[in-house]
Design a protein around this ligand. Structure first.
Ligand SMILES: Nc1ncnc2c1ncn2[C@@H]1O[C@H](COP(=O)(O)OP(=O)(O)OP(=O)(O)O)[C@@H](O)[C@H]1O
Ligand SMILES: [Mg+2]
Length: 499
C-alpha cells in the first residue's frame, strides 16, 4: 500500500489523520466538560459505574467493603483489620502512619489512606486497600473503609475462616500491647483525626492506681475483685438468663476517699478502657444513645458525680420546657433506658460506674435493685487503709513502727480521708518525720472537733462546698477556677483546719 503513495501524499494523509484525531479528542473533551457541567455528580458516577459493568469483561474478583461503622456503632471487622494489617505491611508499601505514646513500649505502625497491603491465607491471595470517601462528612467525620479483594471462588473460605482469623489476631495484638485508653467527648488531644472531630476522643490512661495501692477495707477490696472476676467468667450465664452482659457499680463517699482511683484500679485490673461521660456535654436522649453506641466492648462507662448530673437533668428539662421543646432534652428515663433498657444490650462485657458524694441525693429510680448491682461505700481512712498508704508512700506498711499505735487510735476517733492522710505522708521522705506530721494533723483535727466545730459538721461543710463547686461546674466557664479550688480542698491542702 505504502508503495502506491508518494512521500508528500503520505505526510498529507498523516497530518489530516492527526488533525481528525485532534478534533475528535477535542470533541470528546468538549462533550466531557459539557457532561460534567450538565449531569449532576451522583448521576454521572452512577452512569459510569453502569457503563463499566456492561462493557468490562466479567471479573473473577470479589470485593468486600468494610465500613468503619455499622450504622451508629463501630464495626469490629474494621477495627480488627486496622490492627491486623499493622503486622502485614510489605516493603512495597509507600506510606505509613507511625506513632508512640509515652506509655507504649513500641512504635505503632498503621497503613495510611489509599495504601494497599497484600496478604496470604493458605492458598488465597488477598488485597486490602484502605480508602476514604472524600467529600462525605457524616456526623462522625469522613467515611473510612477497607476494601478486601480476592478471587470469588474463595468467598466461603474468606468469610468463614479468614475474617474470624483476622479478628482473633487483632485481639491478640490488642491484649499484648494494650495501652488502656481514657475516652472523653470531643477530646482535642486524640491522635486520631476522626476521634478529634467525632464524639469520643482518647488519651492513654496514665493513672497508676491498682488494687494494691488502694487504701480501703481489705474485705471490701476482695468483694470487688471477686465480683469483677465472676463477671468476666459469666458470659454464658448472662446469655442463659437472657440478660445483657453488663454490671453496674455505684461508688459513694466523701471527696478524697478514692472513688476515681478505684475506677482507675478497675480499668488497670481488667485492662478495660474508660469512657468518661460528662452528662453536661450531652443535650438529648438521642445524642446519649448515639454516644453510648459508639463505645466499645470491654469498657467501663463512667458517670462521675451523678447527683450533680441530676441537677443538669432538671436544669435542662426546665430550659427545654421553657422553650416548648421538652422532647429533645436529656431525661432521666433516657439515661435509664441506656443503662438497662433495650439499648443497653447492644454490647458485651460492659461496666457502668456512677460516683457520688451524696447517695441520698440520687434519684431513687437510679438506685432501685438490679440497676446498680453493687453499692460501694468509700469511707474515711481506716487503720488497714493507713497501712496501705504507709507502705505506698513510705515503704513501711508491714513493719511495726512506734507511731502506728497512736495513729491507729486517732484514726478510730477522727474522720480523715485517705487523700488527707496521703498528703501528710508525702510531705517528707523521712518516714518518722512524716508519721510525726500525720500525728499532729490528726490531733489538730480531733482538737478542732472538741473546740466547738465537730468533725462531722466541718466535714459536712467541706462536702457541701465541694458539691456546690461540682454543680457550678455545669455552668461553663467558671469551670477551671472552681476545679482548682476544689482540687486544693480535696487534696487537703486547704483542709478542714483552715476553714
Ligand atoms: N482510698 C485511697 N487509696 C489510695 N489513695 C487515695 C485513696 N483515696 C484518695 N486517695 C488519694 O487522693 C487523691 C484523690 O482521690 P480520688 O480522686 O480518687 O478521690 P474521689 O473520691 O474520687 O474524690 P471526689 O469525690 O472529689 O471525686 C488520689 O489521687 C489519691 O492519691
Ligand atoms: Mg473523683
Amino acid at each position: 500500500m505504502a508503495a502506491m503513495f508518494s512521500s508528500s501524499e503520505m505526510s498529507k494523509t498523516a497530518s489530516s489523520l492527526l488533525s481528525a484525531y485532534a478534533s475528535f479528542a477535542g470533541s470528546i473533551m468538549l462533550v466531557r466538560s459539557m457532561a460534567n457541567e450538565l449531569i449532576p455528580h451522583p448521576l454521572r458516577s452512577y452512569l459510569l459505574k453502569t457503563c463499566r459493568y456492561f462493557f468490562s469483561p466479567l471479573s473473577s474478583a470479589l470485593t468486600l467493603a468494610i465500613d468503619e461503622r455499622c450504622g451508629m456503632a463501630k464495626n469490629q471487622v474494621f477495627e480488627g483489620a486496622k490492627l491486623y494489617l499493622s503486622t502485614r505491611i510489605s516493603p512495597k508499601t509507600e506510606r505509613l502512619k507511625v506513632s508512640k505514646t509515652r506509655k507504649q513500649n513500641h512504635i505503632t505502625i498503621a497503613i495510611d489512606k489509599g495504601e494497599t497491603v497484600v496478604d496470604r491465607f493458605e492458598d488465597v491471595r488477598l488485597t486490602w486497600r484502605f480508602a476514604c470517601a472524600e467529600g462525605e462528612k457524616p456526623p462522625h467525620g469522613e467515611k473510612r473503609y477497607f476494601e478486601l479483594i480476592f478471587n470469588k471462588k474463595h468467598k466461603d473460605k474468606v468469610l468463614n475462616f479468614y475474617l474470624p482469623y483476622v479478628l482473633l489476631k487483632a485481639e491478640e495484638i490488642k491484649n499484648k500491647d494494650k495501652a488502656i485508653k481514657l475516652y472523653s467527648r470531643q477530646c482535642p488531644f486524640s491522635e486520631d483525626e476522626n476521634e478529634r472531630r467525632g464524639s469520643w476522643g482518647s488519651i492513654i490512661l496514665e493513672h497508676p492506681a491498682t488494687f494494691d495501692t488502694l487504701a480501703m477495707d481489705p474485705d471490701l477490696k476482695k468483694i470487688i475483685i471477686d465480683d469483677l472476676e465472676m463477671f468476666l467468667k459469666r458470659k454464658g450465664y448472662y446469655k442463659k438468663l437472657g440478660k445483657a452482659w453488663k454490671r453496674g457499680y455505684l461508688l459513694y463517699g466523701p471527696p478524697g476517699t478514692g472513688k476515681s482511683s478505684l475506677v482507675a484500679a478497675m480499668a488497670n485490673y481488667l485492662r478495660f478502657d474508660i469512657y468518661d461521660l460528662g452528662l453536661t456535654s450531652v443535650h438529648s436522649d438521642a445524642e446519649l444513645r448515639r454516644t453510648l453506641l459508639s463505645t466499645s466492648n470491654q469498657s467501663i462507662l463512667l458517670i462521675e458525680d451523678i447527683d450533680c448530673s441530676s441537677e443538669v437533668l432538671k436544669r435542662q428539662t426546665r430550659t427545654k420546657t421553657k422553650q416548648h421543646d421538652a422532647k429533645s432534652g436529656l431525661t432521666l428515663s433516657g439515661i435509664l433506658n441506656c443503662i438497662d433498657g433495650l439499648w443497653s444490650s447492644c454490647g458485651d462485657e460492659r461496666i457502668i460506674v456512677f460516683t457520688t458524694n451524696y447517695k441520698d441525693r440520687i434519684d431513687p429510680a437510679l438506685l432501685r435493685p438490679g440497676r446498680m448491682d453493687l453499692h460501694i461505700n468509700m469511707s474515711y481512712c481506716t487503720t488497714a487503709g493507713f497501712r496501705v498508704l504507709a507502705s505506698n508512700y513510705l515503704g513501711i506498711g508491714t513493719k511495726n513502727n512506734p507511731f502506728f499505735g497512736e495513729i491507729d487510735d486517732l484514726l478510730k476517733t477522727t474522720e480523715a480521708t485517705p487523700a488527707e492522710v496521703a498528703e501528710e505522708l508525702m510531705r517528707t521522705n523521712d518516714a518518722d518525720a512524716a508519721l510525726q506530721g500525720l500525728v499532729h494533723f490528726l490531733k489538730r483535727k480531733r482538737d478542732e472537733s472538741k473546740n466547738g466545730e465537730t468533725d462531722s459538721s466541718s466535714i459536712t461543710r467541706l462536702n457541701e462546698i465541694v458539691s456546690r463547686v461540682k454543680r457550678l461546674k455545669t455552668d461553663g466557664d467558671q469551670n477551671k477556677t472552681l476545679m482548682l479550688s476544689r482540687k486544693r480542698m480535696v487534696n487537703g491542702r486547704i483542709g478542714l483546719r483552715r476553714m
